[in-house]
Design a protein around this ligand. Sequence first.
Ligand SMILES: Cc1cc2nc3c(=O)[nH]c(=O)nc-3n(C[C@H](O)[C@H](O)[C@H](O)COP(=O)(O)OP(=O)(O)OC[C@H]3O[C@@H](n4cnc5c(N)ncnc54)[C@H](O)[C@@H]3O)c2cc1C
Length: 448
Amino acid sequence: MKKPERITIAGAGLVGSLLSVYLGKRGHQVHLIERRPDSRRTSVYQGRSINLALSDRGWRALEEVEADQAVREIAIPMKRRVMHDAQGKLTYQDYGKEGQAIYSVSRGLLNQRLLDLAEELPNVRMSFGQRVLSVDQEKAQVVIEEDGNGERTIEADWLFGADGAFSQVRSSMMGNHRFSYEQQFIDHGYKELSIPAAEDGSFQLEKEALHIWPRGEHMLIALPNPDGTFTCTLFFPYEGPESFESLDTVDKARAFFEEEFPDALELMPHFDKEWAENPNSALCNIRCYPWVNGSTALIGDSAHAIVPFYGQGMNSGFEDCRVLAAILDEEEDWSEAMQIYQRERKASGDAIAELAMRNFIEMRDLTADPEFLLRKKIEARVNEKFPDVWTPLYSMVTFSHTPYEEALRIGKIHDRIMADVMCREDIENMWDSPEVMAAVLENAERHL
Ligand SMILES: Cc1cc2nc3c(=O)[nH]c(=O)nc-3n(C[C@H](O)[C@H](O)[C@H](O)COP(=O)(O)OP(=O)(O)OC[C@H]3O[C@@H](n4cnc5c(N)ncnc54)[C@H](O)[C@@H]3O)c2cc1C
């Protein structure tokens, strides 16, 4: 199939808007269709204005279309995790080496910057308040419902479904022969809360950090915003003794926070209102395949929605755009290129979904566990001494472009090696002895 002239992208979220910049720069006539109003003109994020952690994969995808500068202006580096225990005692863990950080960005602001960049391209058109109702995958045709103006059909040569976890484009694929689909809601959901800036506008917690209150079955996190506020997210079970269901009044929720997160609650003057008014939102993993059929393909969350615990959902969606463009540079036949795209990215999507579930457990249960912290310390030291042999899994996922599936494979080998090391006698005192370092190195050289 030759290069399509007219491309429709359903969904102007993070991935759809970045994809429109990529495809616009490649010379296609792009039509971006979004069901919500234009967020630059009306507020569409009430109670769900989440912050995202942007890391190297996302930055690289932005850099390739020169979108990084506009995003840097709204991003705050987070150089380390700050863990808060129930007594308010703090422990620290650097994310990476000197100079490495993940970046806090508001989803709304990031989306707006990407829309501005797309709008600068003369061959990118945008329509807001237009919901895709149905799809003809062979003809790349969509029927849309325009706010107040009935239905109309939009024709194109190719269609991308970038319409998120509950994609309408993907729904149209559900009836396709041999289309596989799996949707798994986890027991936890999330609620947004906030910590305002101090009266003088300063940050009330360390600014350049991701704050975590790990408590086993539940966890609170806080990410900084440029205006001195923190956006907090409580990850919490829907049901059970301590759950959204059991904390069914603001008074019960407040009492629970006084017990579990007293230092955070002290900084939350709007807690009662936010608890009552902000929704409890569900979290799920979605897997499906194939992502390409006829003249239609899925990208971003519509192809591979994941739980947010590795901070990689958007990063992996941005990487989809970059990898797709790289494949199109090499392969002229568009149909063939799309086959390569879906094969490569499906493997990556499955791997990051697994990694995200593993990190859920790690953040919830282990960031407060002394054995886990010791293991991280040993790994960091091994990495410092033998950087060519050992890169910690978190760094591979967050600060490298190693395919997720390769990072997962290596991470599993690390687990086996570290399980041996942690069984050693007196490891608490011997952790950076030449003997321990040599044992790790020898195993790593043998197995990696
Ligand atoms: C609590 C939470 C925290 C997260 N934290 C991180 C993080 O730290 N780092 C990270 O990388 N990722 C994170 N993510 C994941 C990230 O938000 C998603 O991966 C990312 O938003 C996916 O982008 P997308 O464009 O594919 O989908 P979306 O952002 O969902 O965009 C889809 C767009 O399509 C539109 N749409 C839907 N249906 C239709 C239709 N029928 N017609 C027209 N338009 C339609 C929607 O209105 C929306 O604008 C987090 C997610 C959650 C829930």
